[in-house]
Design a binder for this molecule. Sequence first.
Ligand code: FUB
Length: 324
Amino acid sequence: MKAQNTPLVTELFTADPSAHVYQDRIYIYPSHDIPHNGEDNDNGDEYQMEDYHVFSMSEDSDEVIDHGMVLHQNDVPWVSSQMWAPDCVLKDEVYYLVFPARDKDGNFRLGIAESKNPAGPFTPRPECIPGSFSIDPCSFIDDDEKVYILFGGLWGGQLEKYRTGSFDSNGTEPPKDEHAVWPKIALMKDDMSEFAEVPRDIVILDENGNELLAGDEDRRYFEDPWMHKHNGKYYFSYSTGTTHYIVYAVSDTPYGPFTYQGRILEPVLGWTTHHSIVEYHGKSYLFYHDCELSNGINHRRNVKYCELSYNSDGSIKTIVPEYE
Ligand code: FUB
């Protein structure tokens, strides 16, 4: 495989890698950053992505294959802009690309496009998932084959605008001493057409069983959910956004509540941090991004990966990115 902790793709700017093993290859579903000279802001307007490429790699080669553009926003009737972090789900021999984008009213929704091939191209559904909102959808398939979608992101991702259960255009983050805004999880219908339930809160507790507070920026959820299972436990990992950590919490069920455990990845070069975790040929890997190729321009990111390992008690060893 290509060297760890180096940009996997150098021809395009890529970010937000969701990795899965299909047909004995690691397939990577990232965002495609578009270079421009606009300013950064708290609304994420600098992340102006319009399409998706899929990449794959395998153990017996250091080549990372670009399978080309697999979906463009002009082909999705409900989308106006900003196709952000996607994921892929394999269900009943169909590959479903699940992605967020702004609808024609400028609000983030989640959409689905499908293919018979993990490398796409993907055919979009004409409408977004009914009742969907915010960003960063990721999939989790449990041992019983049930598919869950987890999602949510603060600020540009609008999650705080749904705190009351419905959209409030003036919605803000809670005061620092109230519980944090919770990410969401929803079971999908078997045909992946829509949520099978109203999205539920993913509650994250501290070591004393207290809900994490909005002011606890080193530990509270910001964006970038991922779920995987290890030794029978559900691991929910995410970005803390403003403090730039990838952290994780553990539970006995996919719905939680989860108990905060610690950090997976210390801050990388660039404002955002985003990840996925995949097992391949008996090893676990962390896929992540930073801004090494662009020397730190926040919206010109590149995908990387490295091995991830566990201690004997199931805790994850913290990874510290190294820069020269
Ligand atoms: O790529 C746009 C946004 O940046 C993603 O949705 C977030 O997770 C952050 O990586």
